[in-house]
Design a protein around this ligand. Structure first.
Ligand SMILES: *Cc1c(COP(=O)(O)O)cnc(C)c1O
Length: 398
């Protein structure tokens, strides 16, 4: 492994401080490094690999499509992507979809649609977007502009302008920034990278009402919290509201790089038209085949029921851990998207866990994030808690 890492550090652009681990293969909820060591995976490639590793049905669907045709461009139609669009709009309760290659591109598309919608109404070019502090929406210039972490933005400014930041679950901070230029309010239904902060039902409902009253678009970023992770197909579905535009990615392709932004018919009819937006790869037949199979397997394998039962168990077990160890301040989150906030940086705990064969990730300096494959079982939660307890004891004794 050391040799691989040395080679990597000579050629890869140094944009990550990676863990000293070279992963080689996966099986179910376990990953193996190049030396054959086994790891229980509570990261799932950052909330991507929902179905676990080596799902034969998924793999065969991809192989079949590779042998037929991988790419044709968006000048033509292709069947897998038509099917994927039907299934995804149905699962999301939205009307129309545009497929992208990543999450950040889905956010770019959502922003463009919102600006176009406002532009068609009044012809002005100074519309504003309200986003939230501690949000994460991606690394391209538009998505970065609405990401509520000044450290990520600063060196790359000027980004797209006219973005204001409000606070999660703080109605005053939102309403005080709304004006006649506001074209959209954009938020993650449950903030991921920013530390696992769920939005409250009344907060979302008030924003929805405000948006209806003022013809402002509500954009929900479901790239991390969606696709069943919080116990419904998309996290907003349990709040009895519907966004005007939403984004998804990560688990949507379960490893094939895909994303999407979806919208209601009303917005679709009054925003982007031919020539306004495009992508070479987005929604190609291979991506379509992946999304299709993922959505089929979600249903066939009762993924969402599993998230609810195992998610509740995870919640109980994390609560117990938080009671037992003073260093843990709080548990947050829903379903299989949960976090423990520590009183200190969590890096040392994550390193130790890796030595003991458990892959965890952080969300900010002091939060461990639990975003396992959605097929995990209670016994895997037990295994994780057992290893994490050992790490907590070892750090205590240090
Ligand atoms: C990961 C993430 C993105 C960016 O997705 P990429 O595929 O990395 O571009 C955007 N929004 C949220 C909420 C995310 O978690």
């Amino acid at each position: 492994m050391k040799a691989y890492i040395e080679e990597a550090e000579k050629v890869l652009l140094h944009t990550y401080n990676r863990y000293q681990l070279v992963l080689d293969k996966g099986e179910g909820v376990y990953l193996y490094d190049t030396e054959g060591k086994k790891y229980l995976d509570f990261c799932a490639g950052i909330a991507v690999f929902a179905l676990g590793y080596g799902n034969q049905e998924y793999n065969n669907a991809l192989k079949g499509q590779i042998d037929k045709v991988i790419h044709t461009s968006n000048y033509y139609y292709n069947v897998p992507t038509i099917e994927a669009a039907k299934k995804l709009t149905k699962a999301a309760g939205m009307d129309r979809v545009f497929f992208t290659n990543s999450g950040t591109e889905a956010v770019e598309g959502a922003i463009k649609a919102a600006r176009k919608y406002a532009y068609l109404k009044d012809g002005k070019r100074d519309h504003e977007i309200i986003a939230l502090e501690h949000s994460f929406h991606g690394r391209t210039m538009g998505a970065l502009a609405v990401t509520g972490n000044p450290k990520y933005r600063e060196a790359f400014e000027p980004l797209i302008g006219n973005v204001r930041f409000a606070k999660m679950n703080d109605w005053e901070s939102v309403i005080s920034q709304v004006n006649e230029k506001t074209c959209a309010i954009l938020l993650e239904t449950v903030q991921g990278e920013g530390g696992i902060h769920p939005s409250r039902e009344e907060f979302l409902k008030k924003i929805r009402e405000l948006c209806d009253e003022r013809d402002i678009l509500l954009i929900l970023d479901e790239i991390q919290c969606g696709m069943g992770r919080c116990g419904t197909m998309f996290a907003w579905q349990k709040y009895g509201i519907r966004p005007d535009i939403m984004t998804t990615a990560k688990a949507l392709g379960c490893g094939i790089p895909v994303g999407a932004f979806l919208m209601t018919e009303k917005i679709a009819n009054a925003s982007l038209v031919p020539g306004d937006h495009g992508t070479t790869y987005g929604g190609n037949p291979l991506a379509g085949a992946a999304i299709n199979k993922v959505l089929d397997l979600f249903e066939a394998n009762n993924i969402i029921e599993n998230v609810n039962s195992v998610g509740n168990y995870l919640k109980e077990q994390l609560e117990l851990l938080a009671e037992k160890y003073e260093v843990i301040l709080e548990r947050r989150g829903e379903g299989l998207m949960q976090g423990l906030e520590f009183a200190c940086p969590v890096g040392p705990y994550i390193k130790r866990a890796m030595e003991h064969g458990l892959i965890l990730i952080n969300a900010g300096e002091k939060i461990i994030r639990f975003i396992p494959p959605l097929i995990i079982e209670k016994k895997h939660v037990d295994e994780m808690i057992c290893i994490l307890s050992v790490c907590l004891e070892e750090e205590k004794e240090k």
